[in-house]
Design a protein around this ligand. Structure first.
Ligand code: AHR
Length: 578
């Protein structure tokens, strides 16, 4: 327990103690300490009235001067980072910054689609504000229509002038109007400049239905389906970059065994073709199989089964990616609050999110056995924090707030993906708008950008950059017997030729002073942005949208070294100028 002093110059000059944080203690200089010690040593010192008239104000002045002089001298933890600019690793694929938009709650309806007759400004029914925000973070791909929803989705109900109204039994049992269907999704992608990642229905659909959907989307030939597509407003074939073959087929996607799913995978891979002429030799559609949902034997068996089959696969089927789903939840059902929590929950959630690294390492090792050339990507197409539903919301809508903790969580995961960039070439945070760890929250015509959104924005220069190894001693942050690395960092050479550095200070109490030693590069300066906020659970709301927003930061250069002071609980991205 740490105490500091509030020396009260009452007539009898009492001194008393008040509890404060350790941080404050670090600010107390030796001058100040001597004064205060004197105050403690003689707690009931009674001065003559005359002397007290002179001494009292002097003491006050000394103490205040002492505090003012020493206030900036916060005992920052020092961390040395070394980056060798001549060393290059794997490409950090832009697709690891992918998004996931399921027909779930208010993610698609309200978040993206408001309809052409809505008073909310829109382009062909798609709201303009969320499109503009998503364009700014350069979303590379969007996974759609699910999720569990995908294995109950029948695409024909979502095309043409007459839409079939169905139900969404997975998510609240609400009406699914099917007004947002294939054409609306592809229009949305065009508006935000992203590529399509379509998950086809393996659970309750047929291979014929999936094959016809892809023909409808991609053929340039005048087939009946292509003519129907043209009649519905899109004569040109679409580009479908990624095809997901089912979703969580071990669970909501049909509770299949690995062998049963493998049989489905081979058939779908063979028959669900992309006919777009521009995607034949180059830019071929990548096929992504359902992969594991954890690290237990059930999941390692799944990865073994798929990858073993892949090793000797024949010409008639192929695989380019294996999906991995992992939420930061600590325990099911999700019970952590998304706002109104303290340091313990902050530390627990961040500790739990770091398990992503072990999970990727574990499944990558299996993949390495059967695919040493890393042809098959590990696609983390559902990740993020999953908390208890916000009070008063439909629990089936998975509504949660998004705090500074989520920003830090996002940075830690993106860094893990970057460190595994040779195998992890795609990821999709769950989910884009109004659901789980969202980028954006909307309420009717209002929109707010979350702390996680800003992390994705700050990381844009890492899209398609080249990983550069960073070495550092992370130190340890301990709270309530929970210990985790104090600092995390990645570096990369951007497409713009700059060296980009990200450093996260996980510690919510102590600042960190980074000293960057660069080899192979003569740094002139470094500047960028840092994201922090007053509290670990600070959030942006419709009424106060700028509580957690990035602000500029710059580094000092001295003797060829860069020093950068990081605030507690912060995410910082800087470009190093040479
Ligand atoms: O993202 C919410 C749900 O989580 C998805 O629909 C499902 O794939 C996963 O279990």
């Amino acid at each position: 327990m740490v105490y500091t002093l509030a020396c009260r110059l009452r007539p009898a000059m009492h001194c008393r103690r008040r509890k404060v944080s350790t941080l404050w203690k670090a600010r107390v200089s030796s001058v100040e300490r001597s004064l205060l010690r004197a105050c403690f040593t003689f707690p009931s010192l009674v001065l003559t009235q005359r002397a007290s008239l002179v001494v009292r104000p002097l003491l006050v002045i000394f103490v205040l001067i002492g505090m003012a002089l020493t206030a900036p001298v916060v005992a920052a933890q020092k961390v040395q980072l070394s980056v060798d600019g001549s060393k290059a690793g794997a490409k950090i694929d832009r697709n690891i910054f992918g998004q996931f938009a399921e027909h779930l709650g208010r993610g698609v309806y309200e978040g993206i689609w408001v309809g052409p007759d809505s008073p909310i400004p829109n382009t062909r029914g798609i709201r303009n504000d969320t499109v503009a925000a998503l364009k700014a973070i350069k979303v590379p791909n969007v996974r759609w229509p699910g999720g569990c929803f995908a294995d109950e989705y029948h695409w024909r109900k979502g095309i043409g002038p007459q839409r079939t109204v169905t139900l969404n039994p997975n998510w609240g049992g609400v009406i699914e109007p099917n007004t947002f269907g294939t054409h609306e999704f592809m229009d949305f992608l065009d508006q935000i400049g992203a590529q399509a990642y379509i998950s086809v229905n393996v659970g309750s659909g047929t291979r014929q239905e999936a094959a016809e959907w892809l023909e409808y989307l991609t053929t340039a030939q005048p087939t009946t389906l292509a003519k129907e597509r043209a009649a519905n407003g899109h004569p040109a074939p679409h580009n479908v970059a990624f095809l997901g073959i089912g979703n969580e087929s071990w669970d909501c996607g049909g509770n299949m065994t690995p062998d049963y799913y493998l049989t489905q995978l081979k058939i779908y891979s063979r028959f669900v073709r992309n006919f777009n002429p521009a995607q034949q030799d180059r830019q071929q559609m990548l096929k992504i199989a359902v992969g594991p949902g954890g690290g237990e034997p059930r999941w390692t068996d799944w990865t073994e089964t798929i990858m073993k089959a892949y090793q000797h696969h024949q010409w008639s089927w192929d695989l380019n990616g294996l999906s991995l789903h992992s939420y930061t939840v600590v325990k099911w059902p999700p019970s952590y609050a998304s706002v109104g929590f303290g340091e313990t929950e902050y530390a627990q959630i961040l500790k739990s999110t770091l398990d992503m690294d072990d999970l990727i390492t574990k499944h990558s090792a299996i993949m390495d056995k059967y695919d040493p050339q890393t042809k098959v990507a590990l696609v983390v197409d559902e990740w993020g924090a999953w908390y208890a539903p916000s009070p008063g919301t439909n629990p089936g809508f998975l509504v949660q707030q998004n705090s500074l903790r989520d920003a830090i969580l996002a940075a830690l995961n993106l860094n893990i993906f970057a460190r595994h960039a040779d195998r992890v070439r795609m990821a999709n945070i769950a989910q884009m708008i109004n659901v789980l760890q969202a980028m954006i929250l909307t309420d009717k015509d209002k929109m707010v950008l979350t702390p996680t959104y800003y992390v994705f924005k700050m990381y844009v220069p890492f899209q398609d950059s080249t990983f550069v190894p960073v070495t550092f001693d992370a130190g340890t942050y301990v709270h309530d017997n929970i210990s985790l690395p104090r600092v995390d960092a990645i570096a990369a050479k951007g497409k713009d030729g700059m060296l980009w550095l990200e450093v996260t200070n996980v510690d919510p109490n102590e600042p960190v002073e980074i000293e960057l030693n660069l080899t192979g590069i003569t740094a002139k300066s470094a500047a960028g942005e840092t994201l922090t906020a007053p509290k670990v659970d600070s959030v942006n709301t419709f009424d106060a949208p700028h509580t957690v927003v990035p602000k500029p930061i710059s580094a000092k250069v001295q003797g060829g070294k860069l020093t950068l002071k990081l605030e507690p609980k912060s995410v910082t991205v800087v470009a190093v100028e040479q």
